[in-house]
Design a protein around this ligand. Sequence first.
Ligand SMILES: Cc1cc2nc3c(=O)[nH]c(=O)nc-3n(C[C@H](O)[C@H](O)[C@H](O)COP(=O)(O)OP(=O)(O)OC[C@H]3O[C@@H](n4cnc5c(N)ncnc54)[C@H](O)[C@@H]3O)c2cc1C
Length: 433
Amino acid sequence: MPNETAANLLARPGIVVIGGGPAGLMAAESAAALGMRVDLYDAMPSVGRKFLLAGKGGMNITHSEPRERFESRYESQAARVREWLNRFDAQALRTWVHELGIATFVGTSGRVFPEAMKAGPLLRAWLRRLREQGVAFHVRHRWMGWDGEALRFATPDGTKHVAADVVVLALGGGSWARLGSDGAWTELLLRRGVPVADLRPANCGFEVPWSETLRRRWAGHPVKNVAARADVCHGWRRGEFVIADYGVEGGLVYGLSRPLRERIESQGAAVLTVDLAPDLPVDRLCDRLMRQKPGRSLADRLRRVGIEGVRAALVRELVEPAHYADPARLAAAIKAVPVAVQAPRPLDEAISSAGGVALDALDASLMLGRLPGIFCAGEMLDWEAPTGGYLLTACFASGRIAGEGAAQWATALAARRATSSRVGFGCPESEIR
Ligand SMILES: Cc1cc2nc3c(=O)[nH]c(=O)nc-3n(C[C@H](O)[C@H](O)[C@H](O)COP(=O)(O)OP(=O)(O)OC[C@H]3O[C@@H](n4cnc5c(N)ncnc54)[C@H](O)[C@@H]3O)c2cc1C
């Protein structure tokens, strides 16, 4: 609303949004679109820093697969996320991106990318539109909790207090703390009685006790076109992963990070089983090994069935030498190489966080039952999903629900106050923000 006067703006019911990532910005936009005066606070000197980083390696904003499959990615939280997607799903998100003047395309994997493959142009266009809507940005304001009912912020000019009845918290998870979301908010909400599950790494690498030989020769190398599974209850997944100095990382491992992490949490360790020859059924692999002339070296025998380089190194590292001479046992071992994973890498290195505000502590509008008027959105909620655009989609969708819920709450509150002040019980206008 570019031509709106300051007086008109002040007359609108106000909400505060804390956190300027995709979820907070979407909450701000939705509330402003419903006529709210929106003040957005962020700890960092600029908003959207993780969003910009997410765009560096090719911003994957959502996924084009059918809705049912899409929802299943949120596993145990799928039913709640479905409610958010009913309001704002992958197609609605793409339309919204297009309305910002950014074209999208679907990659061969079904993932959806902005045409430039990065977040910068999208974020710039979005911030311009938010300012036109009247959203006021207050950066370098780190929320530190409440003093009485007022929000307390640490700023370069000292502590500031802000009175607000309606607040959207969109504070992110706990990874990449240098971009702003450090998870310090968990303590602030726990102190107010809000159930918050510990933040844990999701879409992360895992530690593996590699031998010095393997680490020195193969750290940094991708292991392409393999399949892996976390345990017998989960199916095989195709893809690639990377041998890291500390263990394993990359897309295939990130996709299995939830079951691996949960197995480690419950049993202290987990096994990532890798099929190094996913296109060869075990009997054909065994047959090809059997038909080789006796006396060949292991390296030569493996090479003749397509296992060389880093894959052959994994066989030597992880398959019992007792299996080498027996084609049936060697074939079975190649189809199920056991990589013992000991621990997830630290939360700060992860792409996203598991844990956060318990979903059953929030009503359908994402307002906290224990703190009426306080709404939550984005990665700070207790859901998780693999990479592939599912993270951002749920952040945007929950931001939209929380922003609209906050606007409705603020409108109802303002109406109640107007009525009660007419009959003589009103709060002073200065208390209503
Ligand atoms: C390397 C990397 C690549 C990624 N790639 C993708 C991808 O391609 N596709 C995808 O779907 N997802 C991707 N993600 C994940 C995605 O970026 C996040 O899930 C998403 O940014 C979370 O949005 P959010 O708004 O909930 O939180 P955030 O983006 O983390 O924003 C939270 C905001 O809150 C502010 N804040 C935190 N605490 C306070 C406080 N106390 N006071 C004031 N402000 C505070 C922070 O400064 C920050 O601006 C990637 C993540 C990483 C790290």
